[in-house]
Design a protein around this ligand. Structure first.
Ligand code: IMP
Ligand code: MG
Length: 185
């Protein structure tokens, strides 16, 4: 049994609500890219479950690739503008319709730097799909084309989002009670 009950403050978005929203986002994407092909880019690791659920609802022909970035010079729970690519794409994105898939936008630094890097590779189009948006935390403006949910400034986990790398598998998004979360091990 998993031990998250000890520090789960509340279930913010339950499984049914997540899955319903994913279907709605996929419908929008299917409509917008009618007659086109797309390349989904998953930003590892948080966006994995979201991208997998999303791609299964797509009817527009799609390929996938993944990239990983890490931000340094910051604490584990916040990012700065210093983003390093730790795993690059396998795909040449030039001339392609690229849809970046991310779990959450917080300060906006991560997405903003990734977009800058990808733009230099001359995709045909470049759009952003994010599951969660902590709007009040934004430090740099980022264009979000498809948004799952706007959420308050609370630390969340589950459905891809981790707590010290654990709990990404949970089917819901929960709020952490930081007073009761002791860390792992
Ligand atoms: P940004 O660069 O500040 O927008 O940070 C985005 C990244 O921070 C996300 O990709 C997540 O990895 C992480 N992050 C921000 N807020 C949370 C949260 O509430 N739970 C888990 N990870 C988060
Ligand atoms: Mg992430």
């Amino acid at each position: 049994m998993q031990d998250y009950q000890n520090f789960l403050a509340e279930v913010l978005i339950d499984e049914k609500t997540l899955q319903k929203r994913v279907i709605e986002l996929a419908a929008e994407i299917n409509r917008d890219y009618q007659g086109e092909r797309i390349l989904l880019i998953c930003i590892l690791r948080g966006a994995l479950p979201f991208m997998v659920d999303l791609m299964r609802q797509l009817t527009v022909p799609n390929a996938i690739d993944c990239m990983a970035v890490s931000s340094y010079g910051a604490g584990a729970r916040e990012s700065t503008g210093n983003i390093r690519v730790t795993m690059d794409l396998q795909t040449n994105i030039e001339g392609k319709n690229v849809l970046l898939v991310e779990d959450i936008v917080d300060s906006g630094h991560t997405i903003s730097r990734v977009l800058e890097m990808l733009r230099m590779r001359k995709p045909k189009t470049l759009k952003v799909c994010v599951l969660l948006d902590k709007e009040s935390r934004r430090e740099v403006a980022v264009p979000i084309d498809y948004k799952g949910f706007a959420i308050a400034n609370k630390f969340v986990f589950g459905y891809g989002l981790d707590l010290d790398e654990y709990y990404r598998n949970l089917p819901f998004v929960g709020v952490v009670d930081l007073n009761r979360y002791q860390g792992v091990g």
